[in-house]
Design a binder for this molecule. Structure first.
Ligand code: BES
Ligand code: MN
Ligand code: ZN
Length: 488
């Protein structure tokens, strides 16, 4: 999707379609009045008759005499219009155009009076949501010729001062679609080497990027035995992918993101039940998020140094698999008793986090579809943030609030740590039923003691259901956080 901005008036637009918004107070501003006259006063007539009320999410499609599509979307009451309303109204309006022959849209939603809302953020959310709605997974499915998605260009009404946020939105949207696509690909295609190849393409496409990949032999030499144990049962060998972006002075310490890249999680010998096991193709959504965030940052050439690290591993049952009862020595030197081979995410992350600290991060954040318990705690609404620091989780929550990709904090108090105690190693890999999301965080905290670190569990937010698939969350939160960091 090509995203641009200009001050093209509706009557001068050459786009195939126009989108504009009205509140339920039914008042038309200069732009919507001009659009109204292009459709012979139909908008005001239908508002007057009550056929169109301007309620939140309501969509009206009209045509000009020359059959240009005009989509009017309702936003409801102005004082009730928040970022969530804008996001879903944008999505509804674009949805009504994606399957039409229209290639280009002139979008006037950015021109409305946003009331109390921050204008810059509101415009950004509209642009991200619009672009995001045009994404459709197509790689392994055939579509009829008359069911093409044609929309590939959108121009937003905004003056020069708004060009930057609109371009940031464009980069974020690109990051989100990258993440959704990786998440949605089937596990027989998107395996560890596929992720490595994708990373290579990305590092070549954008300026100031470089890539290192450790294969399983190099990881053996280094002693990343916790990670390697998880991969032992699969013929798709593990990879450690390290994507670097240099947008600031060399001396500036990097922000490092580590993403769980379990390309398929069967549970291993502690085999998962069959029902919905296919959804464990999404167990690499942490990896997809740090790659998508990397794409957005590199595309907008943000003035920071960023490293995205992906431990990519497949968790399979096999004669050579690791087993419950095994004790492994992690890259840090700490020993771990494996009591459940389905608690594999933390085993690959602990080695990746130890490795990440060799690059001396100023901030270290891991993202992972780590626990089913996280869905119980926060549902599909908020990602869970955990940290032993004060400022970092506050900054993450703030960024999520700003861009409407929200997170909520859970405690990492030492009181929970004893659930990981065992007689046979420095720790065990499960903490029992109570507070499963937190004890997973506690496990990781034992490998990040020296760092300014936060853990984000995205088990509830990374994908929605079978039909909608990967959401691309929380790329927007992460990029907004990094934008805020670059302005410090
Ligand atoms: N990838 C899963 C977590 C998960 C499950 C995310 C379902 C989203 C939906 C993770 O590897 C896992 O299996 N976790 C176990 C941990 C348990 C064995 C301590 C879980 O949550 O049941
Ligand atoms: Mn698992
Ligand atoms: Zn998993």
């Amino acid at each position: 999707m090509k995203i641009t901005s200009s001050l093209t008036k509706p009557s001068q637009s050459t786009a195939d379609a126009i989108i504009a918004a009205v509140y339920s107070d039914k008042k038309l501003d200069d732009i919507t009045q001009e659009i109204d006259s292009m459709v012979s006063g139909k908008v005001s007539q239908l508002l007057k008759s009550g056929d169109f009320k301007g309620n939140s999410g309501e969509v009206l499609t009209l045509f000009t005499v020359s059959n240009k599509r005009v989509v009017i979307v309702g936003l409801g009451k102005k004082d009730k219009c928040d970022l969530g309303v804008l996001q879903s109204a944008t999505s509804s309006s674009v949805k009504s155009l994606v399957s039409t022959p229209a290639n280009s849209v002139q979008n006037y939603m950015t021109a409305i009076d946003f009331g109390k809302l921050d204008k810059e953020i509101a415009r950004k959310i509209i642009a991200i949501s619009a672009a995001n709605t045009t994404y459709r997974y197509e790689s392994t499915k055939h579509f009829e010729k008359d069911n093409k998605h044609n929309l590939d260009a959108m121009d937003f009404y905004a003056d020069e001062s708004q060009e930057k946020p609109i371009q940031q939105a464009s980069a974020i949207a690109k990051g989100i679609s990258t993440t959704r696509q990786l998440g949605n690909l089937p596990p027989n295609i998107c395996n560890p080497s596929y992720l490595a190849k994708k990373a290579k393409k990305i590092s070549k496409k954008y300026d100031n990027c470089s890539l290192t990949i450790l294969d399983h032999k190099e990881m053996e030499t280094l002693g990343m035995n916790a990670l390697l144990a998880v991969g032992q049962g699969s013929s798709n060998k593990p990879k450690m992918i390290v994507l670097k972006y240099n947008g600031a002075k060399k001396e500036q310490k990097p922000h490092i993101l580590v993403g769980k890249g379990i390309t398929f999680d069967t549970g291993g010998i502690s085999l998962k039940p069959g029902l919905n096991m296919d959804e464990m193709k999404y167990d690499m959504c942490g990896a997809a998020t740090v790659i998508g965030t990397f794409v957005a940052v590199a595309k907008m050439q943000l003035p920071i140094n960023l490293i995205s690290i992906v431990p990519a591993v497949e968790n399979m049952p096999d004669g050579n698999s690791y087993r419950p009862g095994d004790v492994v020595k992690s890259y840090s030197g700490k020993t771990i008793e494996v009591l459940n081979t389905d608690a594999e995410g933390r085993l690959i992350l602990c080695d990746a986090l130890t490795y990440a600290q060799e690059f001396e991060p100023q901030v270290l954040i891991d993202l992972a579809t780590l626990t089913g318990a996280c869905i119980v705690a926060l549902g599909h609404v908020a990602s869970a943030v955990m940290s032993k620091k004060d400022q970092l989780p506050a900054d993450l929550l703030k960024a999520g609030e700003q861009i409407h990709d929200r997170a909520w904090q859970l405690p990492l108090w030492d009181d929970y740590q004893k659930q990981l105690d065992t007689s046979f190693a420095d720790m065990q890999n499960i903490g029992g039923f109570p507070a499963g999301t937190i004890t997973a965080g506690c496990f990781l905290s034992r490998f990040t003691e020296e760092a300014n670190w936060a853990h984000i569990d995205i088990a509830g937010t990374a994908w929605n259901n079978k039909k909608e698939g990967a959401t691309g969350r929380p790329v927007a939160m992460m990029v907004q956080y990094l934008i805020n960091e670059s302005q410090k």
